[in-house]
Design a protein around this ligand. Structure first.
Ligand SMILES: Nc1ncnc2c1ncn2[C@@H]1O[C@H](COP(=O)(O)OP(=O)(O)OP(=O)(O)O)[C@@H](O)[C@H]1O
Ligand SMILES: CC(=O)N[C@H]1[C@@H]2OC[C@@H](O2)[C@@H](O)[C@@H]1O[C@H](C)C(=O)O
Length: 384
């Protein structure tokens, strides 16, 4: 079956789409990547999404309008790719609140599936995080079981490290993918990916730049290890998994606090960017120290894998471990999340639970996502 996976992540830097032929059963799936495309949000919409993520107040009418505008953008990108049997759309996260001891979590993705189904005339699956959250889970990260299916090695322990706006890891013990995945597959959000770096670059460039290309700006400075050690003391990094996070924690006000603290060390802008980038690498390695053992190799994905300075900071903290990208083992690192949602959609369509309890902490396996069928409501009404 052909699935289109649609994803826009916490960086809100575009809608990634992958048209994938998926075959196989449960965790033993095979894919053929048929086409990919990245669509941009129309001018202004990205800024509105970012301001909502930063807490801008909205009326109900504003929210509804935003929901539909995002759905229209997602549908345009899907239509650009061609015809599929099913569309699987993550949507755009605008709010994520992890669960606490007393409260269920809450995760809100805009871009309603019903409108995407209508505009693409294709059944559409959306709201992938809701069922896991209702079962007491974090609702994130959801990609680890897909990583297990596509990237497990029969001999080597691997870490798959996504560096998007937020970072997340999947720890894959050796597995030949023949039967159920080992219980010891784990994963969680490691903390900031590019979120703090992007925030600082945007602020220092008066809004003219959105990211530090290849880490060139950071490479001109020197990281302050004292600050990095101080920031690593924060409770999120001490919290045991399962855990997830978002821009609600690692957003503009977190960045501003870091910048204020940097004043005591006389850091200039390049030193500060070097420190934020090295901090991001340190948070990832800090997570690896909580694994049953260090991996034999790390496979990076997400935009941060393109940041040479960030990669060199990771490598210097893991000197004996090869740091590669998923491209090195044949999986396109730029479209991995879109491909992952195509597979999560395939699992939903075939009634296979998509969540891994060892990752999200949910109480039971769940079917992830709500299926919106294509219906001509009016015709149905008239024929009654
Ligand atoms: N050439 C590059 N050099 C440095 N950084 C880059 C480069 N290309 C992309 N990035 C970074 O990657 C970010 C986008 O990454 P990605 O698209 O993986 O994030 P996302 O999917 O939106 O986030 P998440 O995975 O948290 O949902 C950009 O905002 C930028 O910071
Ligand atoms: C709530 C939400 O959108 N979380 C994202 C975000 O971006 C990275 C990290 O935080 C991860 O937990 C998740 O995305 C990926 C696709 C996931 O669920 O695996």
């Amino acid at each position: 079956m052909k699935f289109i996976g649609l994803m826009s992540g916490t960086s809100v830097d575009g809608i990634d789409a992958a048209l994938v032929e998926v075959t196989g059963k449960e965790y033993n799936v095979q894919i053929e990547l048929l086409a990919t495309h990245t669509g941009n949000y129309p001018a202004g919409l990205r800024n509105r999404i970012l301001s909502v993520c930063h807490g801008a107040p909205l009326t109900m009418a504003d929210i509804v309008e935003l929901d539909d505008e995002i759905a229209i953008s997602f549908a345009d990108v899907a239509n650009h790719l061609g015809q599929a049997d099913v569309v699987a759309s993550h949507g755009q996260t605008v709010y994520h609140r992890p669960p606490t001891n007393n409260n269920l979590g809450y995760s809100w993705q805009l871009g309603r599936g019903a409108l995407i189904a209508h505009l693409t005339q294709t059944p559409t699956i959306s709201d992938f995080r809701a069922a896991d959250i209702a079962a007491g889970g974090q609702g994130a990260p959801l990609v680890p079981p897909v990583d297990a299916s596509l990237l497990s090695d029969p001999q080597r322990h691997r870490c798959i490290q996504n560096i998007g706006g937020i970072g997340n890891l999947t720890y894959l013990p050796p597995w030949d993918r023949a039967d159920s995945p080992p219980e010891s597959i784990i994963g969680w959000d490691t903390g900031p990916g590019n979120a703090l770096i992007d925030w600082a670059v945007h602020a220092f460039s008066n809004g003219t730049l959105t990211y530090d290309h290849d880490g060139n700006w950071a490479a001109q400075g020197n990281p302050c290890q004292t600050l990095i050690d101080q920031w690593l003391e924060q409770s999120f990094f001490k919290q045991p998994p399962p855990k997830s996070t978002g821009r609600e924690l690692f957003g503009a006000s977190y960045g501003q606090r870091c910048w204020q603290e940097a004043q005591a060390f006389d850091l200039d802008q390049a030193d500060f960017l070097a420190t934020l980038t090295a901090f991001t690498a340190a948070t990832i390695v800090d997570s690896y120290r909580q694994l049953p053992r260090l991996p034999d190799e790390v496979l990076l994905c997400g935009g941060g894998s393109q940041n040479g300075y960030l990669r060199s900071q990771l490598q210097s903290r893991l000197p004996d471990i090869p740091i590669l990208t998923t491209d090195d083992v044949g999986l396109d690192s730029r479209f991995k999340e879109a491909i992952a949602f195509a597979i999560l959609g395939y699992w939903r369509w075939h009634q296979h639970p998509g969540n891994l309890l060892t990752v999200t902490g949910a109480s039971h396996p769940c079917l992830l996502g709500h299926i919106h069928k294509v219906k001509d409501h009016l015709a149905t009404e008239i024929s009654k």
